[in-house]
Design a protein around this ligand. Structure first.
Ligand code: ADP
Ligand code: MG
Length: 650
């Protein structure tokens, strides 16, 4: 009970910090601190479970859950009877809980507590410190690092439930189960002089602040019911629209009025009054009727090859980046609520220096001077073009039906080769078949669409199904002019490049080990079977679980997995979940199943058992947010110790 908790805390006050260990356990706390309208009855009671106690003040914080009976939280069943409803409700409660922490936790060295933000406005108004950098104009390393990680030491609070950003993700911070609602948070247990346990401050946190936070943020009676309902309705509408995309022949939708630009390169918040709202070109305009009764109109990006052109600084990358983030739903007020992209769409960029293991990049690169077999390409240090080829092939292996590519983060020689270069360097001396020669077969043979930003070259005009021009952020459909130019200003006056289906001279190279190319240009990508060895997924001398370091690195055994170039990883809690996912995959690896099969099985477990399944710990699972299947592949593929079995005959 509360009295028991207070008694323990009084007992350890002033003792060595290790005395906090006695706190482990479960406490039934009454409702009285709640300020709840339901005070007095049995409703409003909750249990505090202290699952893990930190060993010293500098160790990762202690892990605590509060558990409420479903009848106590009293959430409307019609809001929580489907996975989207639960995800939206959980996200809503997490945000309210985080606000309540700011309201009720006595701030560090701030008598009277911190600012009391307006409960409704603050998630949008708050700076999202973890917004990813844009990586604009550079393929260089480190250019995509997310903003500052972790908590700023100045505003460090004892209590934390994680900080959801602009996206609504499935997360472990608030569990909504049939019988109960659980909030999982962390507490840095306070230390007094000479690292003693400060039992008094701890008591104030656990027996006063926590009940007040729980009461104001987890009981339906105390919540803004209309705001909760809108949050759920918005997510259901967004996911409904996403589910319509394939049937409508679209890879993405950008709503009229959307605000695409962000406040700064390290903020994910919308640009303020200077932003030009999105307006769809009439020829691409379409609209959707949504379950709530809402109708949204905007630009449909059709399947096939879509090229975005326009002068420098006219908003091309901003549009592509919004589409790239559109794989996730965004909160009201973000500006990207109605930017909805197919869930599997994947950004493909150059990433020189990354490791590549056993990837068939032969549709793009063959006959390397070293004699390397590019059907099973392996390197510890990929070049710009080989890294982009590997990223593309891995994206398809991970199930992408649309590729998102920006010239700013591409290797030029991977994308195009111009006539002069084709004339100077004959096809059989150039290992690279540029993407411009493969983008149509990818669509026609594999059903993989591309949305591409290309302001610097007209090479894609011939192969584009749609060309969208941005002029001062305003899109127009210039497909007809671009096709006209492609005819009147031809670029195909030179011999076709190496690897052009039948004309491929790839088997004449002296160092070539490849058999003659019998199939079509890209069909080898279909049958790819990459089976990791069990040892190849279990790092040697790995004694501890994988863990996230900052928000774009994972420590995996002695290896460091670098995720800075994985553009669609948006939340540090996703990185944390990826670390757990790697451990689960390592347990499952049996030298029989492919990477795709292992990841599919993992995703099935997550669908069936929830995100908590990733944690091996039975209590508090940590702050995890669900990554997409594509990012799980991306993390695995960047592990430098990965081993892939030689291809067996099918
Ligand atoms: P490009 O890729 O065409 O060179 P960017 O997408 O990088 O251009 O955009 C250039 C600048 O314009 C960025 O600072 C971006 O935030 C801003 N911007 C983009 N779209 C808009 C818009 N709709 N309204 C206002 N500013 C925008
Ligand atoms: Mg750009």
């Amino acid at each position: 009970s509360s009295a028991e908790l207070e008694r323990i805390l009084r007992g350890i006050d002033g003792k060595g910090y290790g005395a906090y260990r006695q706190l482990r356990g479960s406490y039934d706390l009454g409702s009285c601190g709640f300020g709840s309208r339901d005070c007095g009855s049995d409703r409003g009671r909750f249990r505090l479970a202290i699952d893990h106690v930190q060993v010293d003040p500098y160790a990762p914080p202690s892990k605590v859950r509060v558990v409420l009976d479903a009848s106590t939280a009293d959430l409307p069943p019609e809001l929580t009877d489907d996975p989207f409803g639960r995800a939206a409700t959980s996200d809503f409660l997490t945000r309210r809980f985080a606000e309540a922490i700011r309201r009720f936790e006595p701030g560090p060295g701030a008598p009277g507590g911190p600012e009391a933000p307006d409960a409704r406005a603050s998630p949008d108004a708050r700076e999202n410190r973890r917004a990813r950098g844009t990586g604009r104009e550079s393929t260089g390393r480190g250019s995509t690092g997310r903003g500052s990680t972790g908590h700023g030491s100045a505003g460090r609070r004892a209590l934390s439930i994680g900080t959801p950003g602009q996206q609504v993700l499935d997360r472990t911070s608030v569990l909504i189960a049939e019988d109960r609602v659980e909030a999982r948070f962390e507490i840095g247990l306070p230390a007094g002089g000479r690292r003693s346990a400060d039992g008094r401050v701890a008591a104030r946190l656990l027996t006063e602040a926590v009940p007040a936070i729980v009461g104001s943020s987890l009981l339906h009676a105390n919540l803004d019911a209309a705001a909760l309902r809108e949050h759920v309705v918005l997510l259901r509408d967004q996911e409904h629209l996403r589910a319509q995309l394939a049937g409508a022949g679209l890879v993405a939708f950008v709503g009229d009025g959307a605000i695409l630009p962000r406040r700064s390169g390290d903020s994910d918040l919308p640009l303020g009054t200077d932003a030009a709202p999105f307006t769809s070109p009439p020829s691409l305009r379409t609209s959707f009727q949504l379950p709530s009764g809402r109708r949204v109109s905007g630009m449909g990006v059709p399947v096939g090859v879509t090229v975005i052109v326009g002068g420098g600084y006219h908003g091309k990358s901003t549009l592509l980046r919004a589409i790239e983030r559109g794989v996730y739903p965004h909160i009201a007020g973000d500006g990207r609520e109605w930017v909805i992209t197919r869930a599997d769409a994947t950004t493909v960029r150059a990433e020189d220096g990354r490791a590549v293991t056993g990837v068939d990049i032969s549709p793009f690169i063959s006959d390397l001077p070293s004699g390397t077999d590019t059907r099973r390409f392996t390197t510890a240090n990929a070049s710009g073009s080989t890294s982009q080829a590997a990223n593309l092939v891995e994206a398809i292996e991970a199930g992408a039906s649309a590729l998102l590519i920006d010239e700013d983060t591409s290797a030029t020689n991977f994308m195009i080769r111009d006539d002069r270069m084709r004339a100077l360097i004959p096809g059989d001396r150039e290992p690279i078949t540029p993407f411009v020669d493969r983008v149509r077969p990818l669509h026609e043979e594999l059903g993989v669409s591309t949305v591409l930003v290309a302001g610097g070259s007209g090479a894609f005009f011939d192969v584009a199904d749609q060309v969208i021009a941005l002029d001062a952020y305003r899109p127009s459909d210039v497909t007809a002019q671009a096709h006209e130019i492609a005819i009147t200003v031809p670029i195909a006056a030179s011999p076709p490049s190496a690897g052009h289906a039948a004309a491929s001279p790839r088997d004449v190279g002296p160092a070539s080990a490849s058999p003659p190319d019998t199939g079509t240009a890209v069909d080898s990508l279909l049958g790819a079977r990459r089976v990791p060895t069990a040892a190849g997924l279990n790092p040697p001398r790995k004694t501890k679980p994988a863990r996230a370091r900052g928000d774009s690195r994972i420590q995996y055994g002695e290896a460091d997995i670098d995720l800075r170039a994985v553009a669609q990883l948006v939340d540090p809690a996703q990185t944390e979940a990826l670390a757990r996912a790697l451990d689960r995959l390592a347990e499952a690896a049996d030298g029989q199943r492919t990477i795709a099969e292992l990841v599919s099985q993992l995703c099935r477990h997550l669908d069936e058992q929830g995100l908590d399944w990733l944690s091996s710990f039975s209590g508090h699972p940590g702050h995890l947010a669900r990554p997409r299947r594509q990012e799980i592949h991306a993390a695995l593929n960047r592990y430098r110790g990965l081993e892939i079995l030689p291809n067996r005959a099918p």
